[in-house]
Design a binder for this molecule. Structure first.
Ligand code: A3P
Length: 504
């Protein structure tokens, strides 16, 4: 039902009075009470009277200037979900974008951001937003004052997490990145199997080895394996090398050579262990780490990388190796080399005893000999090893000696060694050196007998300095083995004038 507002225009004298007081205004009275309003109100009076009123409207009615301000009105007003509000600072001519961009943010503010009236939160919006390849993102935890680096470093990692790591926006995964990354020589890498909780050291120590495994060992980060390392190592002209097939009298010869070169300095020879004075070039690969670890004090020298030890040794260096010449530096004979050879049957007996201790060999001697003669023991093949050195025996920097000659006439060998190194000793000095090198003294000499090491690894029945005799192989070979050994020798000596001295 629509209504009509009664309008009463003022008489002309009242109108004139009011116009004089309120410049240019024209008033009329409206409705039953004659409410004074501008005459223009007549246009809307009926509309307002008839307008639709909604139940949830809030109206504030007052006579002007009666004491209620808008703050109350706004604070208490009802807001509907589909309202759209544009807020401005009155007369500022600026919208909220500027206001927000310039507003002060306090560290303890908590912000919940939504797209206005979207009914969806930012999680969905962010998950579904388009990412452009050239975007640059800086991620922080809002208002934490800490960056993600700390957060990530300290976050809890669960064993069943699966992590895929990428460089943001690179479109490449870490595999490529790692394969192509530059390595610096002083990098230290700790490698683990992801999420295994064990490092590779354990894994490798406990792994099962199969007889047909082929291992290529490298120095981490060198990109080269040790074969190359040795072949390319720098040889110094004043180096002294003692080369042998194992158990051919190496230790005995090393001590002899070291004393000759060091003018019979027995004091130092007894104080400093031979393993330190005369490092074992490839020892790193031969002396088992579990044996070293039970005797770290005794064998500090070989617990370090033997290659490093040799590379960093002051000149003149004394170097022991069992490698054949073809696996040593091509320029080796720029330095002086003493090569010791021994009858392979005595070598096999001696190797058999030491293998029980150091290589955990568990078979009997006959089995060992069969493996030896098939050239399957460490440092084999036996004859090519000797023949390579024998071929160089006339080189001025090569001294080729036989264990058997040392055993038969040590003083003659001492004189040969002395002249090889340009030294001369009196007969008394030679005799004194013979005494020092005598098997009975040598056995007791802690600087050479490796006793502390063998004790530490629990060896009671074997010693490093053992019988020290030639021809004891006969106690080990039955008739069949003796014949087989003889034909093996004949076969391998057929194409060479190399012969083992027979003094026995
Ligand atoms: P046996 O096991 O036949 O006794 P290497 O030093 O190359 O490992 O050689 C070890 C062999 O040389 C062992 O042989 C050891 O006893 C012997 N040996 C060590 N010192 C010796 C010495 N002073 N006199 C004689 N033989 C010695």
């Amino acid at each position: 039902m629509s209504g009509k507002v009664k309008v009463q225009y003022l008489d002309s004298s009242t109108q004139e009075q009011l116009t004089a007081l309120f410049k240019d205004w024209k008033f009329a009275s409206f409705g039953d009470i004659g409410c004074i309003m501008p005459t223009t109100y007549a246009n809307d009076a009926d509309n307002i009277l008839n307008m639709a009123v909604r139940p949830d409207d809030v109206w504030v009615l007052s006579f002007p200037r009666s004491g209620k301000n808008e703050a109350d009105t706004f604070l208490n007003m009802a807001i509907r979900p589909d309202d759209v509000w544009v807020l401005t600072f009155p007369r500022s001519g600026k919208n909220e974008a500027d206001t927000f961009l310039n507003m002060a943010i306090r560290p303890d503010d908590v912000w919940v951001l939504t797209f206005p009236r979207s009914g969806k939160n930012d999680v969905d919006t962010i998950l579904n937003m388009a990412v452009r390849p050239d975007d640059v993102w800086v991620l922080t935890f809002p208002r934490s004052g800490k960056n993600d680096v700390d957060t990530i470093l300290n976050m809890a990692v669960r064993p069943d997490d699966v992590w895929v790591l990428t460089f943001p926006r690179s479109g490449k995964n870490d595999v490529d990145t790692i394969l192509n990354m530059a390595f610096r020589p002083d990098d230290v890498w700790v490698l683990t199997f992801p999420r295994s909780g064990k490092n590779d050291v354990d894994t490798i120590l406990n792994m099962t080895f199969r007889p047909d495994d082929v291992w290529v060992l490298t120095f981490p980060r060198s990109g080269k394996n040790d074969v190359d390392t040795i072949l390319n190592m720098a040889v110094r002209p004043d180096d002294v090398w003692v080369l042998t097939f194992p158990r051919s009298g190496t230790t005995w010869t090393q001590e002899l050579v070291w004393l000759v070169k060091n003018n019979l300095d027995y004091e130092r020879a007894l104080k400093l262990r031979l393993v330190e004075r005369f490092p074992y070039l490839e020892g790193t690969h031969i002396v088992r780490s579990d044996l070293i670890s039970v005797a770290p004090e005794q064998h500090q020298a070989i617990t370090r990388s033997s290659f490093e030890l040799v590379a960093n040794a002051p000149s003149p260096r004394f170097i022991k190796s069992h490698m054949p010449l073809s696996l040593l530096p091509a320029h080796l004979l720029e330095a002086k080399v003493v090569y010791v050879a021994r009858d392979p049957r005595d070598v096999a007996v001696s190797c058999y005893h030491l293998s029980k201790v150091l290589l955990k060999y568990v078979g009997d001697f006959k089995t060992y000999w069969n493996v030896f003669a098939k050239d399957l023991v460490l440092y084999s093949p036996y004859f090519p090893h000797l023949k390579e050195a024998w071929a160089q025996r006339h080189h001025k920097h090569m001294l080729f000696i036989f264990y058997e000659d040392m055993n038969k006439d040590l003083s003659s060998v001492i004189k040969r060694v002395a002249s090889f190194f340009g030294k001369e000793f009196t007969n008394e000095e030679v005799a004194q050196l013979c005494q020092h090198l005598d098997i009975n003294n040598f056995k007791k000499n802690k600087a050479v007998n490796a006793e502390a090491f063998l004790n530490a690894v629990g060896t009671k029945d074997e010693s490093f300095i053992r019988k020290g005799k030639s021809g004891t192989w006969r106690d080990y070979f039955d008739a069949e083995m003796t014949a087989q050994a003889q034909s093996w020798l004949n076969e391998n000596l057929a194409d060479t004038d190399l012969r083992f001295p027979s003094h026995s």
